[in-house]
Design a protein around this ligand. Structure first.
Ligand code: AMP
Length: 261
């Protein structure tokens, strides 16, 4: 039996009463892990670099396993960059190579750069002309109901890659779900955590990390999903927000069959 554990925290009251978003997290875990996962989420809300939360919403609910969709984890790669201008230039090229037009890639970068504070979710942007398609303004589309299918294997894979940071752990799962949605072409993200300057572009080929996508000490992060312009928005948003997805870690099958030659 798996349980969805979701946390969102804000400062100055609840989000719905105008509180400023501090942090959010979510996992899908077996009964015996609920307590430890919930505790670490609360800890995170109280010790986030964006500030200390005075509102925390923690929701725990059972998810029926027969509803799960299994998707493959995106392979992870790092593109070495020296500074933010170079990082953003290469990120833009990666978006264009995935099928986003130059105009839309630039518009996505500009829309994230021009945010004055972090959104809670992601913008949906037309991969053709860069127009924002979702109606959710500062809330954005919040991807939910996902986790890794095998935490132990995933964590050893991340350790092998030298990537032990919680940002990568969570973002690869989220990006793998997003890329599994029909009509999504690419994703661009940088964190709202002050100390974390690494961002990424994801497309159907992989999750490409760029060590410098924002300046250190900036509390403003953002996410943009570039989608086909004629996409069924309601269907996409429902998949991203509600369909329970378990991400199968890369090479999982091979690792589980030691006798395979
Ligand atoms: P983070 O990588 O957690 O620092 O988040 C960076 C930005 O991505 C945030 O400022 C939000 O705009 C967005 N974001 C965070 N979590 C989600 C989510 N679950 N779904 C969609 N967008 C998110």
């Amino acid at each position: 039996m798996l349980y969805s554990v979701k946390m969102r925290s804000a400062q100055g009251g609840a989000h719905e009463q105008g509180g400023r978003h501090i942090s959010g997290a979510e996992r899908m875990v077996p009964t015996e892990s609920i307590e430890q996962v919930a505790l670490s989420m609360i800890e995170r809300a109280f010790h986030h670099s964006r500030g200390c939360a005075d509102f925390i919403n923690l929701k725990i609910e059972e998810v029926s396993e027969q509803n799960f969709v299994y998707v493959n984890q995106l392979p992870i790669d790092t593109v070495v960059t020296q500074d933010v201008p170079q990082g953003r230039k290469l990120a833009k090229e990666t978006l264009i190579a995935a099928g986003v037009t130059e105009k839309a890639a630039q518009s996505g970068l500009d829309q994230l750069t021009n945010l004055t504070d972090s959104m809670r979710g992601a913008m949906l942007i037309s991969a053709a002309d860069g127009q924002r398609l979702d109606p959710f303004t500062q809330r954005g589309v919040r991807v939910s109901s996902m986790d890794i299918a095998d935490s132990k294997h995933y964590e050893s894979l991340l350790i092998q890659l030298g990537l032990t940071d919680v940002h990568v752990r969570e973002a690869v799962v989220l990006a793998s779900k997003v890329q599994s949605a029909p009509g999504v072409i690419a994703e661009l993200c940088w964190s709202d955590d002050l100390n974390y300057t690494t961002g990424y572009v994801a497309n159907h080929l992989g999750y490409f990390r760029f060590p410098h996508l924002k300046q250190p000490d900036s509390p403003v992060g953002g996410r943009a999903f570039f989608v086909e312009p004629d996409i069924d928005l309601e269907k996409l948003i429902n998949y991203l927000e509600n369909t329970p997805v378990l991400v199968v870690p890369q090479n999982f099958a091979e690792k589980e069959e030691p006798c395979k030659s």
